[in-house]
Design a protein around this ligand. Structure first.
Ligand SMILES: C[S@@+](CC[C@H](N)C(=O)[O-])C[C@H]1O[C@@H](n2cnc3c(N)ncnc32)[C@H](O)[C@@H]1O
Length: 279
């Protein structure tokens, strides 16, 4: 296999970070080499330097996208960590409904807008949709908007299909929810039309200004900032603050904290879980 040199590693790292925020330090050399190896052949390049110049100067968005699709970590699962979905069910949604009803004197359908930012292949936002379906029973009384976005075209295409193999299904999805919300089509489990129709998917780069996004009552941005350096993490949560309602809720990953990232967010506890609100 063609080896990537230190200089080539640095060139690609800078390029990938500019495009996506994803920060790959020297410890990720093997990952980079491994994931980009097949592109050398596909793009008829004899070295990583040649590939870099092709991508940078002639590749346009297509090759840049291909690189992001290869290097992004799309690891995800249904009901990942469990607590964020319990938090949603027992605290966030009930509090939000009370607040919205009080503000509108109960006259209008209650609006609930939720964004899974960096949704990967969709398991997170579909888990949220299942919780809402079970909690709210009569969905017609609510105006629900669920959005899943990612930078990876491949991930978004997968999420949009809503089909999962046995391995993906086994990761986090309880048996009763599998029976209730999925149908086996001979090769994969497909999410049912009602849950699928609750969710929209879109490509959004979290490092760029968010054009055309409304504001959200609840944002899940979990296990995305962990791949960024501190400057880009600050930029990410600053971007998010611009589309989070003043009394909105932000949920981040189990290993993440905003304490040294953005002091405008206040951590709040509910049982064993933490969420953030703007001060
Ligand atoms: C590890 S997955 C997390 C998926 C899900 N949120 C979860 O916690 O299970 C991280 C996702 O962030 C996406 N991502 C990375 N950089 C991004 C960026 N600049 N804009 C949008 N998505 C990005 C990746 O493509 C990947 O699908």
């Amino acid at each position: 296999m063609t080896k990537i040199t230190r200089e080539e590693h640095d060139l690609f790292c800078r390029y990938i970070q500019e495009l996506s925020g994803i920060h790959l330090d020297q410890s990720k050399t093997y990952l980079l080499e491994n994931r980009l190896a097949s592109m050398l052949e596909e793009e008829h390049c004899a070295s990583f330097t040649e590939l870099y110049h092709k991508v940078k100067h002639f590749g346009g968005q297509t090759l840049g996208q291909k690189i992001i699709d290869r290097v992004s970590t799309n690891e995800t699962l249904f009901f990942r960590d469990k607590w964020p979905f319990e938090l949603l069910q027992h605290k966030i949604i009930p509090d939000l409904i009370d607040a919205r009803r009080a503000a509108s004197s109960g006259h209008f359908p209650t609006q609930i807008r939720i964004w899974s930012a960096g949704c990967s292949t969709g398991q997170e936002i579909y888990s949220i949709a299942m919780v809402l379906k079970e909690l709210l029973v009569d969905l017609k009384k609510y105006r629900i908007q669920l959005l899943g976005t990612d930078l990876s075209n491949t991930a978004i295409a997968c999420a949009s299909r809503g089909e999962y193999n046995q391995f993906e299904i086994k990761r986090g999805l309880p048996e009763d929810r599998l029976r209730k919300y999925f149908t086996f089509n001979g090769s994969a489990w497909k999410i049912n039309d009602e849950i699928r129709a609750m969710v929209a998917f879109k490509k959004v780069n979290l490092m760029a200004p968010f054009h055309g996004l409304s504001s959200f009552d609840i944002i899940f941005c979990r296990n995305v900032g962990v791949y960024f350096d501190m400057a880009d993490r600050k930029k990410l949560f600053d971007n998010i603050s611009k589309v989070l309602e003043k009394d909105g809720y932000l949920v981040i990953g189990a290993s993440e904290s905003l304490i040294n990232v953005d002091p405008r967010y206040e951590p709040k506890r509910y049982l064993r879980s933490v969420f953030y609100q703007l001060k």
